[in-house]
Design a protein around this ligand. Structure first.
Ligand code: TXA
Ligand code: MG
Length: 357
């Protein structure tokens, strides 16, 4: 299959949107189109067509029981596909959408059950990326879109990565440059109980637990509202089926490094090849010296970000793929801690890690 790569500059979108008409029409007619959002690239299909949605699972190699998020261009049309059941869902939608959040709502049963994996809920997201919005608006249909990576691999946050995974396998890739946030949306679900509401964070993301707590304290709800991480929820049927699969893994083996004194023994056991180091300035330089003193020579260090952790979020998957291309065997990753956005970043690192030392 020939893949048309369409380059769009976000600044020019208001005048350049004509280039999106062809992929938007193809999308509506059942073809797959990869497109940028503010979080990561998505690979979209018309949510109303079973066969179109099936193609996504095939082309990604994605397990059938992992539901897809439905993307809409405006919150005004959420009610066509989902039921907003309470004041907290309402409040989250009005505060955080459009933006990097997915809200799991009651399903109206309008979108393909292939897309929702037969669940009675549906994840809804309204991206703020202008290219995504315009494409969705022109397509005129809800669009189911997982991250644009082969299943298990790091999410694609730049056009090169999308092309690497999907060129020749889907008809359209929209190149909108690097994505701004770099990790996927926060997935939340609201549970109403007799005496309280609970906001469950099924997948942490750019919108943090602290942000949600701030939102709760700014509002007056009829019952107390609690915000909880629920990503470790495990049972036969996890709330968010994506939780049970290994994710985001490059070919290089990721080692989350808390204690460098374990490295000597570690490499003696697993053997060693080219070593990558991903961390902030002090971490990468200290570790490089440490490894050289242990006798290692083939080391590739990359400065993850400066003091701005948002930069770490933006760079994570890009650097994972970079290390792969450089033939690195192990990537030693700094632990950024667990408050705010660092929690969301480290969630991705943990899920991708082969080892924690
Ligand atoms: O930022 C993002 O969310 C990106 C861009 C493209 O929008 N999309 C994305 O999709 O990351 P995906 O398919 O890679 O991850 C979707 C996550 C999975 O963990 C899935 O299990 C969960 O959302 N999910 C989707 N629908 C759900 C539902 N009805 N109930 C619970 N979890 C759901
Ligand atoms: Mg994904």
């Amino acid at each position: 299959m020939e893949t048309k790569i369409i380059k769009v500059s976000p600044k020019g979108i208001e005048t350049d949107y004509e280039v999106l008409i062809e992929p938007a029409t193809a999308l509506r007619n059942g073809e797959l189109v990869a497109f940028p959002t503010e979080t990561v690239y998505g690979i979209g299909a018309n949510s109303l067509l079973d066969d179109s949605v099936r193609k996504i699972f095939e082309v990604k190699g994605r397990p059938q029981d992992n539901p897809l998020i439905v993307h809409l261009h405006s919150k005004d049309i959420i009610g066509k596909y989902a039921i907003i059941s309470n004041e907290v869902e309402e409040g989250i939608i009005s505060k955080f959408m459009p933006g990097p959040i997915t809200v799991v709502l009651r399903n109206r049963g309008v979108v393909s059950s292939v897309a929702t994996a037969g669940l009675d809920t549906v994840g809804i997201r309204i991206p703020y990326n202008i290219i995504a919005q315009k494409l969705l608006e022109l397509a005129g249909v809800p669009v189911s879109a997982p991250s644009a990576n082969l299943s298990g691999k790091p999410s694609a946050t730049d056009p090169v990565s999308v092309i690497e995974d999907f060129k020749g396998r889907i008809p359209y890739i929209i190149d909108g440059g690097r994505t701004h946030i770099g990790i996927e949306s926060t997935v939340v679900m609201v549970k109403e109980e007799v005496d309280k509401f609970r906001i469950l964070i099924l997948r942490p993301g750019f919108i943090t637990k602290e942000d949600l707590e701030g939102f709760v304290s700014e509002n007056k709800f009829s019952k107390p509202v609690f915000v909880e991480y629920s990503e470790n929820f495990s049972s036969e049927r996890p709330i968010s089926p994506g939780q049970k699969y290994r994710h985001y893994s490059p070919k290089s083996k990721v080692v989350l490094l808390n204690d460098k004194s374990k490295l000597d023994e570690f490499f003696r056991v697993v053997g060693n090849g080219r070593i990558g180091i991903l961390g902030r300035f002090d971490f990468i330089n200290d570790l490089e010296v440490y490894l050289i003193n242990l006798g290692f020579k083939d080391i590739l260090k990359v400065e993850w970000c400066g003091n701005d952790l948002l930069e770490c979020a933006r760079n994570l998957f890009l650097y994972y793929r970079f290390f792969d291309r450089e033939g690195v065997e192990f990537i030693l990753v700094e632990n950024l801690g667990d408050s705010g956005i660092a929690y969301s970043i480290m969630n991705r690192v943990r899920k991708s890690a082969s080892y924690v030392l």
